[in-house]
Design a protein around this ligand. Structure first.
Ligand code: MG
Length: 378
């Protein structure tokens, strides 16, 4: 593994990036509202990555981007690069269906022993290429050509950002999670002030983050941060909460926040204010309702971008920085050179990826424009 120096995601993706709100970073693209009305989709909801509507919207952006880049002809095939078989696999299939394109997806996740790539036909003309080496991207490129889907003019390449382009799964992904957990902890500590108890916070966060409680938390980190805040304040005890979930007296987060709403008068004024803000967002269907937590996550994430000096051992970057996957960067640059369209998708909430106007005035940049080290095998 080698350090290839500082780079940015924008070096190869430019502003062809969509974060969770599906509002394009590139100013020349139409706004989400326009795309939704063209597709006759309901105008108040932001579909999630695995949903059909998400793919329908992204396909429209891809077509606009391909045209704006003046690449010639039109999109004839879809290439996808991601890190999770289920979620990225579903997004890939939906994109191919919405665009009526054949396609091939690369799914990478590094494990110790390199093994042969697993190739699975998942549709009439859709294939998933699953591998445990990010360094097998050049083999994947050859595979695409051999399948008659060369990555050049006529190809749209959709590249996942989270744990693919940044914080590669199996190699550097834990640092992304550390940034998020630190943000939850700091947000709760800040709101509880002297009442914050770190040991109690950990004792609540760690078990509630486990799959056993996903039916309750929907594996939503905003919900989990809010639950930890309410527990830290002492409105409920952890034992009481877990017993209620296990006995199914409490089956959803929505039910929990409604119970807190009914006991609102027992909260401190500061906590009541935050609770109301989150409660309103949840009522409005916002999947990222805890805005102050996500803004703090932007900062804890930025702290891990390019934070180490040069000439550190490679392992140290992988442990402490969120780094660019050099294999993805190198392949992407080559694909762009060959005339393919590159487009980045991220499931990160916009609040955790883009600076507020105050921070932008201080020089903070969007995640994809912030330099960090590029590390990789090739
Ligand atoms: Mg990912």
């Amino acid at each position: 593994m080698k350090n290839y120096g500082l780079a940015t995601v924008a070096e190869f993706l430019g502003d062809w990036v969509l974060y969770r709100n599906l509002q394009p970073c590139e100013a020349r693209l139409p706004r989400l509202e326009q795309i939704r009305s063209q597709l006759s989709l309901p105008n108040n909801q932001i579909p999630r990555k695995s949903e059909r509507e998400y793919a329908q919207i992204v396909v429209q952006f891809l077509k606009h981007a391909y045209h704006l880049e003046e690449l010639g002809g039109k999109i004839e095939r879809l290439i996808f690069v991601g890190d999770t078989r289920l979620l990225d696999g579903a997004a890939f299939m939906n994109l191919c269906a919405a665009g009526e394109w054949p396609g091939i997806a690369f799914i990478g996740a590094e494990t110790h022993q390199p093994t042969e790539a697993q190739i699975t036909a998942v549709g009439a003309s859709q294939t998933i290429y699953q591998t445990n080496r990010w360094a097998s991207l050049p083999d994947f490129d050859q595979f695409c050509r051999a399948q008659g889907l060369p990555v050049e003019q006529g190809a749209a390449v959709v590249i996942d950002l989270d744990k693919t382009t940044l914080g590669a799964r199996g190699r550097n992904d834990k640092v992304i999670d550390q940034a998020r957990v630190q943000a939850v902890q700091e947000t709760v500590a800040h709101l509880l002030g002297s009442a914050f108890d770190l040991a109690a916070f950990r004792a609540a966060y760690l078990p509630l983050n486990q799959p056993e409680f996903h039916p309750f938390t929907s594996d939503n980190q905003d919900y989990l941060a809010y639950v930890c805040l309410i527990l830290g304040f002492g409105l409920y005890s952890l034992e009481e909460l877990t017993a209620d979930i296990r006995s199914q007296r409490l089956t959803s987060f929505e039910q929990f926040i409604l119970q807190v709403e009914e006991r609102r008068s027992e909260l401190s004024p500061e906590l009541a204010r935050i609770h109301t803000e989150i409660y309103r967002c949840v009522q409005a269907g916002d999947p990222t309702p805890f805005k102050s937590f996500r803004r703090r996550e932007y900062l804890t994430t930025m702290q891990r971008f390019g934070c180490l000096s040069e000439d550190e051992p490679v392992e140290r970057y992988l442990e402490q920085e969120i780094v660019i996957t050099h294999e993805v960067r190198k392949m992407a640059l080559e694909w762009r050179e060959r005339g393919a369209l590159l487009f980045g998708l991220s499931d990160k909430p916009d609040e955790a990826a883009l600076p507020t106007s105050e921070l932008a005035a201080q020089g903070y940049l969007p995640l994809h424009h912030t330099p960090t080290h590029a590390i990789g095998e090739i």
